[in-house]
Design a protein around this ligand. Structure first.
Ligand SMILES: [Zn+2]
Length: 216
């Protein structure tokens, strides 16, 4: 019976990223698949999705399953995914058969228990506060050792912080800033690499905090 349970748990865990690296890999896959759908990557048609269906499973039923079958490992990713969705992103009201990508962004909200809805709301509030609490730019107050325009650097850091606070998907937004090739004129290479480092640190801390945020 133990082996049977292990097999089931293993299969469920395979559907959900358990680490930030896996989360990012899935994000890259989804982005590439979306680009393929638009015809942007015609030379990469052999791209294989890392997860079944190339998208995340429906999160509310996953949370219910994890609670009832004691599989807490998938809860951070499932709750975070659910936190990005709107109550209008309803599984039952979306024509998901025709839109497989869109189907990864809906939830069966009626499967969520009242306790888990409270966990979700607490987690969303914590995520909105997270950029103020744990996003620390080490160069915010220091003098730039190179040629930065201090006003532009200050403005950039403020823009990043505000964008992170407003976004329902702070991990994605922070990653997009990390992946920017340049932050424009007036921001030197050294400061740019520090900003990327601070954002990467922020994302790792945030991922590790998800269990606390959603009271899992
Ligand atoms: Zn600089």
């Amino acid at each position: 019976m133990n082996r049977f349970r292990q097999n089931i748990v293993g299969q469920v865990e395979q559907n959900w990223p358990l680490t930030l690296r896996q989360w990012d890999e899935l994000g890259s896959q989804l982005r590439a698949i979306a680009q393929l759908a638009r015809g942007d990557l015609d030379n990469q048609l052999d791209l294989e999705p890392a997860y079944p269906g190339g998208r995340l499973p429906e999160p509310a039923s996953a949370i219910r399953l994890a609670r009832e079958r004691n599989i807490p490992t998938i809860l951070p990713a499932a709750f975070y995914h659910l936190s990005r969705l709107s109550i209008d992103d309803d599984w039952g009201e979306t024509p998901h058969c025709d839109q497989p990508l869109a189907a990864g962004y809906t939830a069966e909200w009626n499967l969520l228990t009242a306790d888990d809805l409270r966990c979700l709301l607490k987690g969303q509030a914590k995520l909105r506060q997270a950029p103020r609490d744990i996003l620390h730019f080490t160069y915010r107050t220091d003098r730039c050792p190179e040629t930065c325009c201090s006003m532009k650097r200050w403005g950039l850091l403020k823009e990043i912080e505000e964008t992170c606070i407003k976004s329902p998907d702070v991990l994605r937004v922070a990653r997009e800033y990390i992946e920017r090739k340049t932050y424009g004129d007036g921001i030197c290479h050294l400061c740019s690499s520090r900003i990327r480092h601070d954002l990467a640190t922020f994302r790792h801390i945030l991922w590790d905090m998800l269990t606390d945020y959603f009271c899992i």
